[in-house]
Design a protein around this ligand. Sequence first.
Ligand code: FMN
Length: 187
Amino acid sequence: MRSLQGIVARLTTIGFICALGLSFTNYSTRLQISDNRANHATEKLLSILHADVDVSIDPLGNNTYQISRNGVTSGHIFEISTTEGYNGEIRLWLAVDLAGTVLGTRVINHQETPGLGDKLDIEVSNWILGFNNQSLDSIIWAVKKDKGDFDQFTGATITPRAVVTAVKLGLIDYKNNRDNWMSSYER
Ligand SMILES: Cc1cc2nc3c(=O)[nH]c(=O)nc-3n(C[C@H](O)[C@H](O)[C@H](O)COP(=O)(O)O)c2cc1C
């Protein structure tokens, strides 16, 4: 009986140590993944902005970054997404200056159909550059098929329609929340 208790105690201790080890590995892997993600994001964001040495991008948390030029805040970069893609979710970075003008946008990931819906990807076409320098009042935020200013893709309207709407909503969100983001950073 005594030895059975000993075995149970030993097994419990081993189980506890294993669980501890696993949660530590899980925690450190998550930190590593989040570090890698932040580095990758910063690289991609700098390339969106064609940034020079005077530009810095500082994380504010919540996938939002502050852009500063020579130490002065000049805009923000944040993640936007839509589930209205032909094949589901499309996630993008949106960089906006303080006046609400688009500095750049890039797809982070999508599952749109190669050859049809993937022209949102800068590696496939320049379509995404059509957002540059636009603001809520500068154009009609819809694809041409919906009487707007953005080209749709040949035989594929669903993808560009989803992205145009997502960027427009991102700009509205920015207009409404920019001041909060700035003050949260200053605190
Ligand atoms: C296999 C398959 C894949 C498609 N993939 C896409 C896609 O990724 N993006 C897209 O906008 N349309 C895609 N389409 C076309 C859409 O079904 C739709 O016909 C097109 O977007 C035009 O939409 P509209 O009728 O609203 O103008 C695909 C169609 C098929 C049959």
